[in-house]
Design a protein around this ligand. Structure first.
Ligand code: SOE
Length: 381
């Protein structure tokens, strides 16, 4: 008989839906020692949070997150609110002895992130950050192929995350759906929101980043602020490009923007090794492109692997070979791994400490862009 893990989620936006869906689905597809129970969801607007609870099957609601933390029937807190609230909630949740799942990026800065790491480590509470793309089966397969050594020495790591949803100059900043455009709530723009995903995957697949050289741009300098009602300076980076040295000697090139007309969520990555290369594209997320120089020369070329077979990562839990899954399943996989980790006592990556490494790279990227110079990653900015 599996044991309940009572979830208390704070926030109920886009990520609240993604996480709730994962909690609801996981026990149907994975046999685990724990099963999530949607005990409570918390948000300031009582009516809206009640409607959310009803849609997703939460047993109760709260309008004050401190009340949620005080409840003895909540085992795990899921932080799904804007980035500027992560630290305060995480520190209090650790103090209350709750398990913590935190939406990415971990914090507004590495200094904040370090405080969060110390809090969960001192309290001894299990923790994880939602960097979901690691658990797209094709991405997990890419990691397994790299770890097997098939690529040989790595020369290049390239990643893009391109969107186009903020081009309109009359799009406001701030408030419920648009806090990502407000530096006070988000900390940064594409660096913390999109490049953080690329960096998380890169650190996981290719190891640490030594130093970075970045440029950022804010194309629309002022926007109407939904909370203050005034036209205010835009403090986020609309676009960011950086190059870097990995500790393994390979070179990295990363680009992210919300101004690439025609691209909605084009996360792509490519790794070139001495013997083989790998490419992946979020718009075609179940495929992994693979080129192996060891193939017979007359038939050598890029293979497009449809990652849907039972011996490929996670796929034995879903349908029959050949039938693919999508974006939301990466969250289901992350919950499944998290619950398995709870049962075994093993930390599940990315923990707060793992995610702090991404935060350090983000800080270095923003500092480098500001100072127009190379910046080492290890310094806490
Ligand atoms: C921004 O548009 C966003 O929703 C990010 O916040 C998510 O982390 C990313 O996965 C998709 O794009």
């Amino acid at each position: 008989m599996s044991r309940p893990l009572n979830i208390g989620m704070i926030g109920y936006g886009f990520m609240g839906r993604a996480h709730s869906n994962a909690y609801n689905r996981v026990s149907n597809f994975f046999e685990l020692e724990y099963h999530p129970v949607l005990k409570a969801v918390c948000g300031r607007n009582a009516e809206a949070v009640a409607a959310f609870a009803n849609t997703w099957g939460y047993e109760s609601t709260e309008t004050d997150w401190r009340q949620l933390l005080a409840r003895a029937d909540i085992d795990a807190i899921d932080i799904c609110v804007p980035n500027n609230l992560h630290k305060e909630i995480a520190l209090a949740a650790a103090e209350a002895g709750k398990i913590i799942l935190c939406e990415k990026p971990l914090a507004l800065s590495a200094i904040e992130g370090e405080q969060m790491c110390q809090a969960v480590e001192k309290a001894g509470v299990t923790n994880m950050v939602w960097y979901n793309y690691r658990r797209v089966p094709a991405v997990t397969l890419a990691k397994e192929i790299i770890d097997s050594g098939k690529l040989g020495r790595i020369f290049h790591y390239r990643a893009n995350f391109l969107q186009d949803w903020t081009i309109a100059e009359d799009l406001p900043q701030g408030g419920a759906a648009l806090w990502r455009l407000d530096a006070a709530a988000a900390g940064s723009g594409v660096t913390g929101d999109l490049l953080a995903h690329c960096i998380d995957t890169a650190l996981w697949m290719n190891g640490g980043i030594r130093d970075v050289n970045a440029m950022t741009e804010t194309f629309v300098k002022q926007r109407h602020h939904q909370l203050t009602g005034k036209v205010e300076e835009v403090g986020i980076d609309d676009a960011c490009t950086f190059m870097c040295h990995f500790e393994n000697g390979s070179l990295g090139l990363f680009e992210s923007t919300r101004y690439a007309r025609g691209h909605k969520a084009l996360y792509t990555l490519e790794i070139n090794g001495a013997h083989a290369s790998i490419k992946w594209d979020l718009h075609d997320l179940h495929r992994l492109e693979y080129f192996d120089h060891a193939d017979e020369s007359r038939v050598r070329g890029w293979r497009s692997i449809h990652v849907s077979d039972a011996d490929q990562p996670y796929m034995d839990h879903w349908w029959v070979p050949g039938l693919q899954i999508g974006y939301e399943h990466s969250f289901v996989h992350q919950v499944a791994d998290f619950l398995a980790g709870l049962a075994s006592g093993e930390p599940v990556a990315p923990t707060f400490r793992d995610a702090l490494e991404t935060q350090k790279v983000c800080d270095a990227v923003l500092a480098s862009a500001k100072n127009r110079s190379w910046r080492e990653v290890s310094r806490l900015a």
